[in-house]
Ligand binder design. Structure first.
Ligand code: SF4
Length: 412
């Protein structure tokens, strides 16, 4: 038996620096009317964020969950931002908060640092699977903004390992389809961990791969109400292919098909669903429930459509309710032009917008949106490359030209 002198000794520094993962226990939930635009009720511990926290060197740092108001008691606060809702809510928390700790933001939504530039210590772009200890120790990384070094040019961190455990893991990162509106396809290099190509986000499948036989439900992307729209944005799904696929549904009732459809593309005037209704009417399918999730187009950085405008039109209420054998067409998780403008604000605001945003931010949403359009028209009108301090992971100049060509064909 080993005596104490022979046992390996852990060398834990006497004072470990402290990290807080804050949560916002009173904030509102995006899916409930009274609780819109939440950051999170509990810390967002998706598999990516869990992996980062697990990778922290516990001999150097302690990690605690705590309410946001307590972050100044810690050396660092680690915050994961998943969508623009999180941007909005973190901004609303920080606007009047005297920050005396080192805030590090990361997560899938983080690209534009200007909303938080005077409040944060560091921001991670893309994956930072193996870098968290370097970031905490102030070591420069090519995909990390640090207040210490000022704004430079950054890369997007790419996947260097498969994240997950026996409960949940990634099948793939990125997407090789390259729909022109989709940030996900232009942010990450495609890696297929599972050896079978599939759409990763939200467990979606491609429309052609919907399986009516073995599952009771499926989720897929339509991403354009008409065939022409889908062609322009590089989502080549024909009306015939939709009918053909729906017709393979012959076996069971109550199949639920959740379809995401991007609407209000900046080149379109088709908000009336006529073509989609006509298309699904032709399918001789068993009764089926189609849940149509409408997303108002928002120009996403890094994509061929990043310079586009946001169309100001309210189209949710025009969505169809019932079409022939399609039991019900409804909409869920739909976004309006107001959310597209907010999303665009946090994606596109520039350093000279910081003061304007501070002045108008506390207005209620119905006054806030017109003020954005009035004081910062470029947020809605576009026409410039946002977040130009980030190196585009893919060359998109050629695709921008292709998009413009298809757009002029559409408009001809
Ligand atoms: S919309 Fe879907 S298919 Fe298109 S690039 Fe994005 S993830 Fe891929």
């Amino acid at each position: 038996m080993m005596n104490n002198a022979e046992k390996p000794q852990l060398t834990i520094p006497r004072v470990r620096r402290s990290i807080c993962i804050p949560y916002f226990d009173y904030k509102i939930d995006r899916n409930k009317q009274a609780k819109q635009l939440t950051l999170f009720d509990l810390p967002p511990m998706g598999i990516g964020f869990s992996h980062v926290v697990n990778s922290i060197d516990k001999t150097q740092f302690t990690v605690n969950f705590d309410v946001f108001e307590n972050i100044n008691k810690y050396d660092f606060a680690l915050i994961s931002l998943v969508s623009y809702y999180d941007y909005f809510n973190l901004y609303s928390m920080l606007i009047n908060f005297d920050v005396r700790t080192n805030i590090i933001i990361g997560g899938p939504a983080v690209l534009n640092i200007y909303p938080f530039i005077d409040k944060i210590y560091a921001a991670c772009f893309g994956r930072c699977d193996t870098q968290i200890n370097d970031i905490l120790n102030g070591i420069p990384c090519e995909n990390v903004y640090s207040a210490e070094f000022g704004i430079n040019r950054y890369k997007i961190g790419q996947a260097t390992c498969r994240i997950g455990d026996y409960r949940e893991h990634e099948n793939a990162v990125g997407c090789r389809k390259k729909c022109f509106f989709c940030e996900y396809g232009f942010k990450y290099e495609y890696v297929d961990f599972a050896g079978q190509y599939g759409e990763y986000a939200n467990n979606e499948t491609f429309f052609k791969d919907i399986d009516f036989i073995n599952h009771g439900h499926n989720t897929a992307g339509l991403d354009g109400l008409t065939e022409k729209e889908r062609y322009v944005v590089n989502k080549p799904l024909s009306n015939d292919a939709i009918i053909e696929k729906l017709n393979t549904h012959t076996k069971r009732d109550n199949f639920r098909l959740k379809l995401f459809a991007v609407t209000a593309f900046p080149f379109t005037d088709n908000y009336y669903y006529d073509e989609l209704i006509e298309t699904v009417s032709k399918a001789k399918t068993k009764p089926i429930t189609i849940m149509l999730g409408l997303s108002h187009f928002c120009p996403m950085p890094l994509t061929p459509m990043e310079e586009e405008k946001v169309l100001i039109v309210d189209l949710k209420r025009l969505a169809p309710i019932k079409v022939n054998n399609i039991k019900m067409m409804t909409y869920l998780q739909s976004t309006s032009y107001k959310k597209a403008v907010l999303n665009s604000l946090f994606n596109r605001m520039r350093i000279d917008d910081i003061d304007t945003l501070k002045q108008i931010f506390t207005l209620n949403i119905d006054k806030f949106i017109p003020k954005i359009m009035d004081k910062m028209p470029h947020i809605v009108q576009g026409g410039y490359i946002p977040i130009d301090y980030i190196e585009r992971p893919f060359k998109i100049d050629g695709l921008k030209k292709l998009y413009e060509r298809r757009k002029s064909e559409y408009c001809a």
